[in-house]
Design a protein around this ligand. Sequence first.
Ligand SMILES: Nc1ncnc2c1ncn2[C@@H]1O[C@H](COP(=O)(O)OP(=O)(O)OP(=O)(O)O)[C@@H](O)[C@H]1O
Length: 466
Amino acid sequence: MTNEAWGEIREQLEKRLGKNNYTTWIEPLKLNGLKNGVARFEVPTSFFGDWVSRNFADHIRAHLNANGAQVERLEFAVKAPARRAPAAATAPAAPRAESAAPAPVARPKAAARARVSEEELPGAPLDTRFTFDSFVVGKPNELAHAAARRVAEGGPVSFNPLFLYGGVGLGKTHLMHAIAHELQTRRPELRVLYLSAEQFMYRFVQALRERQIMDFKELFRSVDVLMVDDVQFIAGKDSTQEEFFHTFNALVDQNKQIVISADRAPGEIKDLEERIKSRLQCGLVVDLHPTDYELRLGILQQKVEFYREQYKGLKIADGVLEFLAHRISTNVRVLEGALTRLFAFASLVGREITLDLTQDCLADILRASDRKVTIEEIQRKVAEHYNIRLSDMIGPKRLRTIARPRQIAMYLSKQLTPRSLPEIGRRFGGRDHTTIMHGVRKIEELMATDSQLADDLQLLKRLLQA
Ligand SMILES: Nc1ncnc2c1ncn2[C@@H]1O[C@H](COP(=O)(O)OP(=O)(O)OP(=O)(O)O)[C@@H](O)[C@H]1O
C-alpha cells in the first residue's frame, strides 16, 4: 500500500473517530508494511500500541480492507528510541478464525513498571502527620473515614472511585494521605500516586509542551492507586478534563483504585463535563459534613496532647477547649491555627492558658467566627448560582426561572439571618411579609420532593457559611 493510500485512509478514520482520537491515536501511527494479511505499524510506545489495538483495531482493519487491502490482523511494534529499550509489542499470531477481533498485544504493564521507576512518579509529598491514628472520628466524618479505611486495606476494589467531598478544612486531604500511608505499609508493592488536580494539569501541560504526552499517559496508566485532590480545579479546563477522563477510564478498566476529593459533590461542580460527573458518581460518593461540637472538642483534645509534649510545663485551664469548640465552628484548620497561636503566645509570655488569655490572644479569630451572613450576600450567592441578575432578586419578574431562586434566597435569609419577615421583605424590593412567608413555605415543601433543590440548598448554605 502506498503512503498516499494510507493518507486517504487516515482521513477517513479522522471523520469516523473524531479529531481528538485521530490526533492522539491515529496520526502518530506509521504503516511499515502489509504482507500476508498482516498490517505492521510502528508506534511510539507499547502502551500506545496496546491502546490502539484494543480500541481502534477494528476500524483500522475495516478501512484498510474497504480500500482494497486484505488485512486479517494488525501488528504494532515500538520504534527503538535512544533512551529506551526497544520493547516490541507485537501481537502473537492469532488463529485465523479470531482474526476479526482486535489483534491482542502484549500488555505493557510489566514493561511500563520496569521503565517508570518509583522516583519518577510525579506525586506530591505526603504529610507524615496525616495518618489514620491522628484522624479523630465523629458523626460528621464516620462514613468517609470507614470508606477510606476500606480502600486503605488494599483488598479487591469494591467501589471505584471513592469520591470524598466536603467544605474547606474538613479533613479530605488528611484522609487521602492516610490512605496512601497505610497502603505503603500494608502493600508496599503497590504504586500509589497522590497529587492535586492542579499538579495533574501542570504535568499534563508540561508533557504537551515537551512533546512527551505518551510518557505522561503511560506513567499515569501504570499506577495501582491514583488519588487526585481538589478535582474541582479542572472544571472548565477542557483539555485537562479530557485527559483526566481518559486516564480515569483506563484505570477503571484495569480495575485500579481511584480516590478523588472535591469541595462539593460531582453533580454540583460547575463546568465539569457531564460524562466526567457521571463517571465520578459511579463509585461511592461520601460527604464530610461540617464538624459538630463533639468532634471539634475531640480534635482539640488530641492536638493538645501534642502541644503538651512540645511546651512542657505549660498549663491550660479547664473550660478553654470547650470554649474554643463552642465558638470556632468554621473548620478544623482554623481550630488548629487557634490552638497553635494560643500555645505559642502563652509560652512567650510564660502564663497559663486561661479563658481571659484565650479571648485576648484570639480576638480576631473569635470575631471572624461570629460573622453573620447578610441578606445581600445570600442574594448575591443565589443569583450567581442560578445565573440570574442580582437586580432580579428585588425586581418584579414572575418567571419561574427567576421567581424560584428569589424564593430560595428568601428561605435562606430566614434560615441564616436573625432578620424578621418584614425586614426580609424590605430587602427584597419592599415585598410584603406574607410574600416572604409564602416563598419560605414553598421551598420547604419542594425540598421534601425535589432532591436537586435540596442539594442546591445544602451547597448554598455551605458556601455562605464557609
Ligand atoms: N477529623 C480530624 N481529625 C484530626 N485532624 C483533622 C480532622 N479533620 C481535619 N483535620 C486537620 O485539619 C486540617 C485541614 O484538613 P485538610 O487539609 O485535610 O482539609 P481539606 O478538607 O483537604 O481542606 P481543603 O479543601 O482546604 O483542601 C489538617 O491539619 C487536618 O489534619
